[in-house]
Design a protein around this ligand. Structure first.
Ligand code: AKG
Ligand code: FE2
Length: 281
């Protein structure tokens, strides 16, 4: 019998977090991955990282291993990827899905895999970037997200061991930094050294320190980075991409004016690009 999932957040907290996701581009739901499952995810991740060499081009991300859920592996075996049943468990985690439902994240669909990102002891900072590839699509101008990353850090994070940093609001508002950044995770930034502007300390940035197993939910459009790991311990995380509010749907809870961008032809083809254009004001 399925376990009945009780509420994760009070209704007030759920609205506060949803507003934060809309306004700032991220929010954190504490204590979602816990206990025995957190232990298993930790040992899976440490074993994986101990047995797979990281490519030096991923030194700023620490690593970039894509691990498919068993259910997608059965349909599509991509030789550049790995697979594990634990991925299905993480993507289906009832507490995470319940928290997202309480936030009102409608039409949420996983992409069938997750990414193991390490940050080894004394690993470098991660450069400023945003991960959206949909900047040619009018949905990129909408106040609500179309792509989210959901991550769990597997150790408590602080500025000392390389916590996440965010510049709130940059999922919808262009700032000076946007003009200085190469495409996320591309050859240009991978070849850069840490004097590049993408490693700057920005006056509007904030730290997002979390406890191991907290669920970090972020809009794929928001500018984010991570501090260097100045500790003697690794700072791994697992990150999964999700689609939400499939275009041209409007959140059921939306009370504002419906933006005209929603009228665009949902079937019109568009070229993927990581460069924000006319849809970022
Ligand atoms: O290392 C982190 O904290 C974030 C990783 C990230 O944003 C990325 O790899 O795109
Ligand atoms: Fe990222």
């Amino acid at each position: 019998m399925n376990k009945i999932q009780s509420a994760i957040l009070t209704p007030e907290a759920a609205i506060q977090k949803r507003n934060q996701l809309m306004d700032d581009g991220f929010c954190v739901v504490p204590g979602i991955l816990q206990g025995e499952l957190l232990e298993r995810v930790r040992s899976f991740t440490y074993d994986f990282l101990n047995t797979h060499a990281t490519d030096p081009k991923h030194r700023y991300q620490g690593s970039d291993f894509h691990i498919q859920a068993e259910r997608t592996w059965a349909q599509h075996q991509d030789p550049s990827r790995y697979h594990a049943p634990l991925v299905d468990e993480i993507l289906d985690l009832p507490e995470a899905l319940a928290a997202c439902a309480e936030l009102g994240l409608e039409g949420l669909t996983d992409t069938g895999s997750l990414i193991v990102l390490s940050k080894p002891p004394h690993g470098p900072a991660l450069y400023w970037h945003q991960d959206s590839m949909d900047w040619n699509h009018p949905k990129s101008s909408l106040p609500w997200p179309s792509t989210l990353f959901l991550s769990y850090y597997l150790v408590d994070t602080t500025r000392q061991n390389g916590c996440l940093r965010v510049i709130p609001g940059t999922h919808r508002k262009r700032i000076d930094l946007h003009g200085m950044l190469p495409d996320a995770h591309g050859p240009e930034i991978q070849a850069a050294d840490e004097t590049h502007e993408a490693f700057m300390v920005h006056p509007d940035e904030i730290d997002i320190p979390v406890k191991a197993g907290d669920l970090v939910i972020a809009d794929g459009r928001v500018l984010h980075a991570a501090w260097p790991n100045n500790s003697d311990q690794p700072r791994p995380l697992i990150l999964a991409w999700w689609r939400v509010f499939p275009f041209p749907s409007v959140p059921s809870w939306w009370t504002g004016e419906v933006p005209p961008a929603i009228q665009a032809d949902p079937d019109a083809p568009y070229e993927r690009t990581r460069k924000p254009g006319q849809y970022l004001r």
